[in-house]
Structures are given as C-alpha cells and as structure tokens.
Write a protein that binds this ligand. Structure first.
Ligand code: GLN
Length: 470
C-alpha cells in the first residue's frame, strides 16, 4: 500500500530510488486517490496522470504546459492547449517530475478561496464545508488530500501562503525575480511569483531549488546569490526574530490564530532565537489599498489580450462587427471578479486619475519597502500569522469582495516589497490548521528554510487532515 496522504515528496523520491515502487505503481496510487476523493474535493481541473522516474507534481492551472490544457480557472481560456511550456514546467520536466494534473484556482488567480473559479470551488480536506484558501487552492487541496506529493502555486498577494495556511501545508512565496514568470498566465506582473506548496519545509526547499534561477525568457529574473540549502538545523541559535505588532495585532485576527502563533514564537525562543518587538508603522494599514490599485491596474493591461481571436473561448459569431466579437467574448468569458478588476484598473490608469491613484500607490509601495528594510536592519526574520482566520465556510465571503480582500491583509505588505515569505503550519484552532508567516529580506530563502525546518520539528504538526487519518 502506498499511503499517498502520509508520503512526503522526499519519501516518494526514496521509494523510487530504492526501487521499492515503480513510476507506474505511484501514478496508479495517485490516480486511485483522485478517483476516491476528488469528486468531493475538486482539486483538479484536468488529470494528466503521467508516470515516470521522478516525484509526480501537480501544477496550478496558471502554469502553461505544452499539450496540456491551461485555463487559469477561466471560461475565456476554455479549450486552450498551449504549444509551449512555461519555464517552471520545463524545469520540473527536465528534473524528471511527471505531471499529475492541473489544479483548480480562482479565475486568473483573483481571489482567496478558490470560489472564483469558473469551474466551481475546491473544498478543504480538513473540512469540506470550508474553503482551502486561494488563489492556489487546488494545489493545496491536491497535496493535503494525498492526490499529489507536492505542487506549484502562484502568489501575487498571498496565494501560495494562504492555501498553505488553510490546508496545514508549507507555502512559499519566493523573492520576486528568483522564479521565472515566462509562461505563467499574467495577473499583476510586478507581483506574480510561482512557489511550492508542500508537506514539509525540506520538500519546499527541494522544489524551489528545481524552479529558481535566472531565465533568459524573463528579464526580471536573477541567479540566486547562494545555492539552495536543504535545511537540517534543529535550533535557531543566533537568529533574531522580530514580531511586528501591526501584523500580529491587526484587527480581525482570531484569538485561536493568535494563540497558536504566540506559542510558536515561544518555541522559537526555546530553540535559541532572540525575539524582539518590531514595527511596520504604515505597511499594514496601507498595504491592502495600495495592492488593490496596483494589481488591478496591471491586470487590466494583462487581460486585454483575451479577445476571442488568439486563445480559448470565442463568442458565437452572427455577422457582428469585430468590436462586437471582442465585447461579447469578454462579457461571456470573464467572471465577475476579473471584470471588477478590469474596471478598477482601467479607471486607476485613466488620464486625469493616473497620478492620484496609480502614481500615489507606487509611492506608497516605496514607503512599504523602506519600512521593511528598516525592520530588517534589526532582525533577520519577522513573524506573524499568515491569515487572520482559519479556513472559513464556503459562501461566507463570496458575495462580499472587501471581506474576501481582507483575508490577505497580512500577506500583501511583504509582497508589495518583493520579499520572500513562508507559511508554516503551527497548530490548530477549532480543529483547523493555523499558518505562521515567516518573512525575510530579499534572497533570504535559505534562512527561511532553516528557521522553518527547526520550528517544524519542534511543533510536530501532523499534515494529514484529521478526518482522513487511518
Ligand atoms: N487574494 C488576492 C487577490 O485576489 C491575492 C491573489 C493572489 O495572490 N493571486 O488579488
């Protein structure tokens, strides 16, 4: 029996190396798990079921895969089968990782619950009445539900960290520019970054190692200043960890979430970390409003390419003019959230308002970057909850965009500054996983892995959802 719920990617690699299972047996085990559980969970939009010599992987459907449908969770890309691989898909392929399938997501990665998918929501394996977080919800569900050993997601405002937190997994948002965006369906180009969603910190480091590094097809990428180190440390000696009170005492943080995070901070201290109070005076208050000008502005430009001519969906033609074809295709093909963002973004970029909105938001972004730089003058890492709450019920926030946007209030500020962040499960509240957000300066992934690994061992969180344990 291959226990897909329990096996980490490293475990799977070991089984393959020792020839205790074949690639076909593994693919069969994940296929059986999908048959058993994915009708309920809906992690996948497309099951590919490749087998091979490497650890199978699930890709968020925003990741372009040659010959495999790629929809970004949108009707407007229904039927689109790319002719090329994104760089991350090419790199996992070159590393020998077979593709399990493409995972469900909020349409164009716009959302925090996966309820904005045009193909219906995914459900949280810990409690199927609850959301898995978003926008990379399907990737987290696939891993937590034992349907894939590891997965890639993408993170613009928190979309790998949040589903990681809600599903009891590790989610990494890498330093902007360390992972190629070539072939990633674009949402907000100055923020989008692909990252791993895994059961352990070591799996996360291994997957990051495969995908990171300079890519000639994405001029915003750089080579990593140091090679990725697979963490082994069990202590936090000499690591200075700051606790920014604005991030830890923000309005709306549930007591159970705060309690689990405080417990993890005490553990960090016992492991030898130096804990101190930090401050980010304006970043938490202004991060979210700043994001909701910049991200929609970039989205309105990126989404202009869906015209019914070049990709995917095209409205029925009945002799109308070209402009009519564009309008009808976009009206029928986009869901409510992309339409909302296109309108917001177009408004913010329009002549007469550009300086007041987009220009101002860019200035605020610089202030946020400076605040984090000041905090990192005194601390190696910062810590906070990943999200104010645990996974909420499906439908709870679906009709209230502002409430949905607030889910990302703690993940967005570091993203605006281009900084890496890792969400680590740190306990349960109301029987549901709580995420701890660890933040570091640019290119501090190795330190994030080291600290998260030591904490992971000390916390001893069991990533198999309670209701699915044998
Ligand atoms: N929830 C945020 C949004 O809707 C972030 C999503 C993301 O990181 N892709 O924009």
């Amino acid at each position: 029996m291959i226990d897909t719920l329990r096996l980490t990617a490293e475990d799977v690699a070991g089984l393959l190396e020792r020839r205790e299972v074949s690639g076909e047996e593994l693919a069969g085990a994940y296929r059986a798990a999908i048959d058993e559980r994915d009708d309920e969970l809906h992690a996948f939009l497309h099951v590919e079921g490749e087998s091979g010599d490497g650890v199978p992987i699930a890709h968020k459907d925003v990741i372009t895969t040659k010959g495999i449908p790629t929809t970004a969770g949108s009707r407007i890309l229904e039927g689109y089968v790319p002719l090329f691989d994104s760089t991350v898909a090419a790199r996992t392929k070159a590393a020998g990782l077979p593709i399990v399938g493409k995972t469900n997501m909020d349409e164009f990665a716009m959302g925090s619950s996966t309820e904005n998918s045009a193909y219906g929501p995914s459900r949280n394996p810990w409690d199927p009445t609850r959301v898995p977080g978003g926008s990379s919800g399907g990737s987290a569900v696939a891993v937590a539900g034992g349907l894939a050993p590891w997965a890639l997601g993408s993170d613009t405002g928190g979309s790998t960290k949040l589903p990681g937190a809600f599903c009891g997994l590790v989610g990494l948002r890498p330093t902007y520019g360390t992972v190629s965006r070539y072939g990633i369906v674009a949402f907000a180009s100055s923020l989008d970054q692909v990252g791993p969603i895994t059961k352990t910190v070591r799996d996360c480091a291994r997957l990051y190692e495969i995908i990171a590094g300079k890519d000639p097809c994405d001029s915003t990428t750089v080579d990593l200043p140091q090679p990725v180190e697979i963490p082994a440390a069990e202590d936090l000696k000499g690591v200075r960890i700051g606790v920014p009170h604005e991030l830890n005492e923000a309005q709306g943080i549930e007591p159970g979430v705060s309690g689990a995070v405080q417990k993890a901070i005490r553990l960090a201290e016992e492991l030898g970390a130096e804990i101190g109070e930090a401050t980010l005076p304006r970043s938490v208050e202004y991060g979210l409003p700043c994001y909701y000008l910049i991200a929609p502005a970039e989205a309105s430009s990126n989404l202009a390419r869906y015209d019914g001519v070049r990709y995917g969906y095209r409205a029925e033609e009945d002799g109308h003019a070209l402009t009519e074809l564009y309008m009808r295709t976009r009206w029928e093909g986009f869901g409510a959230e992309p339409k909302r963002r296109i309108m917001l973004g177009t408004y913010a970029l329009s002549a007469g308002y550009y300086e007041a909105y987009y220009g101002q938001a860019q200035k605020v972004r610089t202030v946020i970057k400076q605040e984090f730089e000041e905090a990192f003058a005194d601390f190696d890492l910062l810590v906070s909850p990943t999200a104010p709450t645990v996974a909420f019920e499906l439908g709870d926030k679906a009709d209230d965009p502002i409430a949905m946007y607030l889910t990302d209030v703690l993940t967005i500020p570091p993203n605006m500054a281009g900084l890496p962040g890792l969400s680590l499960p740190c306990g349960l509240s109301e029987g549901l996983p709580v995420g701890l957000q660890l933040l570091g300066p640019q290119f501090s992934e190795n330190l994030l892995f080291r600290a998260a690994h030591a904490l992971e061992r000390a916390i001893g969180f069991d990533f198999v959802p309670e209701r699915l344990r044998a």
